[in-house]
Write a protein that binds this ligand. Structure first.
Ligand code: IFM
Length: 461
């Protein structure tokens, strides 16, 4: 149980949803089952030197075969919702055409979740493009918008009578920033920004077209996205100039000229919510900006039901020269997670506020958590007090946003299970549940039992 750290009661809206999040490539394994095709991550992981320890997602958490037990575990842990992503290449091995037998896995999973009262949230794309589509140019090919829209409709028709909550893209910043500009994620490209921006635009267009197709297949669907967040955190909350600097750092992209440029929230949120690109595009890539048609922008800007984001840490900022902002260095010895990421709870409050002011939609946090040095102790339990402390701090800040009037819909912990952390392999453990990859034994960590009590105590708060 939760040990000596108490169980706080958070005051969120009555309808607030508590869940756990995962992604297909990180948990499913079953690479060969269902006639599944390769995704870009399968291919990338086979290249020497790409992944820490040469590890691959071929087995991962074997969720593809162990999902019934994992659903039972979710129930035991009191989760109200489960966010999972669909492996596009399991459903359509070549990325287009009629769905194959893999579709039924997601249908069965959905049924099992609903049977135990867990609400499914489906992410259509969490980075694992079918390799067959990458061979046709991937997101650099404008046809990708239609490939994705077709796939979205297939999923809507297959699950839409039971799944109402849909997320089009997870973290486009990362799969394009690190996959197309920085080469550290699949498909491992290192293109200049001028060549990546067409892919940015195609992903935005794909989102817009998918929303239209999903709505036609699932008229009562609730649809949004889950962006990664680059959040400015004011060095001094009581100083309006610092708050303004942080706001700009959050929604006004800085042009660093490399993949960092792509991390800003506004490259996605501005076109998807407001139907325009940030001014920085017009300043730095005027020819490309001029080539974007009003018709495309109208397609991208679809009515959305929520604004979803994943928050881990931000950048502490203060006013800089010429009305700009600059980063403030972390103090020596500041807390860091196993990944080396700083611990920035207040950034969650500022994320919620800045996104509310700029975009106005109801909000979900679809990922938040930390990787820890978690192992099974001699007593058979996994003691992770840092995770409990981390979550308490972050949830307090999310509650502060609610009390300040930001409409909040839910919070999803990343992740339900320890899993395949992309280029880091299995080194980083983000789960509420520890996974022994050799035996596939699951051990809920102290934080999992604590989270269960938080959900119970805070429900309807
Ligand atoms: O594991 C990832 C996830 O796939 C996307 N968001 C961040 C997580 C932790 O790095």
């Amino acid at each position: 149980m939760a040990g000596r750290i108490g169980v706080p009661v958070f005051r969120f809206p009555e309808r607030f949803v508590w869940g756990g999040a995962t992604a297909a490539a990180q948990i499913e394994g079953g690479a060969e089952e269902d006639g599944r095709g390769d995704s870009v991550w399968d291919v990338f992981c086979r290249e020497a030197g790409r992944i820490a320890g040469g590890e691959t997602p071929a087995r991962a958490c074997e969720f593809r075969t162990r999902w019934r037990d994992d659903v039972a575990l979710m129930r035991e842990l009191g989760l109200r919702a489960f966010r999972f992503s669909v492996s596009w290449s399991r459903v359509m091995p070549d990325g287009t055409g009629r769905p194959g037998p893999g579709l039924s896995f997601y249908q069965k999973l959905t049924d099992a979740l609903l049977e135990v009262g867990i609400r499914p949230y489906v992410t259509l794309y969490h980075w694992d493009l079918p390799q067959a589509l990458q061979d046709r140019g991937g997101w650099l090919n404008r046809d990708s918008a239609d490939w994705f829209a077709d796939y979205a409709e297939v999923m809507g028709r297959a699950l839409g009578d039971r799944v109402k909550d849909w997320i089009t893209f997870n973290e486009p910043q990362i799969f394009l920033g690190f996959g197309y500009a920085h080469h550290s994620h699949a498909p491992g490209l290192a293109l200049p920004l001028a060549e990546v921006f067409p892919a940015v635009h195609h992903v935005n267009l794909a989102h817009g077209r998918a929303v239209v197709r999903l709505r036609s297949a699932v008229p009562d669907a609730r649809i949004g996205f889950a962006i990664a967040t680059k959040i400015g955190i004011p060095r001094d909350e009581s100083d309006p100039a610092c708050v303004e600097a942080a706001r700009r750092a959050t929604i006004d992209p800085e042009w660093t000229g490399d993949h960092e440029t792509l991390l800003n929230n506004a490259w996605w949120a501005d076109p998807m919510v407001h139907g325009r690109y940030p001014d920085a595009l017009h300043r730095h890539l005027p020819e490309f900006a001029a080539s974007v048609t009003a018709a495309d922008l109208a397609e991208i800007r679809q009515p959305l039901d929520f604004f979803g984001y994943n928050y881990y840490f931000g950048s502490i900022v203060e006013p800089g020269d010429g009305g700009g902002w600059r980063r403030v260095a972390e103090p020596p010895g500041a807390p860091r997670t196993m990944f080396g990421w700083p611990v920035h709870p207040t950034g969650l409050y500022w994320a919620a506020r800045f996104f509310h002011e700029a975009y106005g939609l109801p909000q979900y946090v679809f990922e938040n958590g930390l990787s820890g040095m978690d192992w099974v102790s001699l007593d058979g339990a996994v003691h992770d007090p840092q995770r409990i402390d981390f979550l308490t701090r972050y949830l307090r800040e999310f509650e502060r946003a609610h009390l300040a009037g930001v409409p909040l819909e839910g919070y999803f912990h990343w992740s339900l299970l320890d899993n395949f952390e992309w280029a880091q392999g299995y080194r980083e453990r983000f789960g509420l549940v520890h996974v022994d990859y050799a035996t596939q034994r699951r051990t809920p960590k102290d934080s999992a039992w604590w989270f269960r009590e938080v959900i119970r105590a805070s429900r309807g708060g």
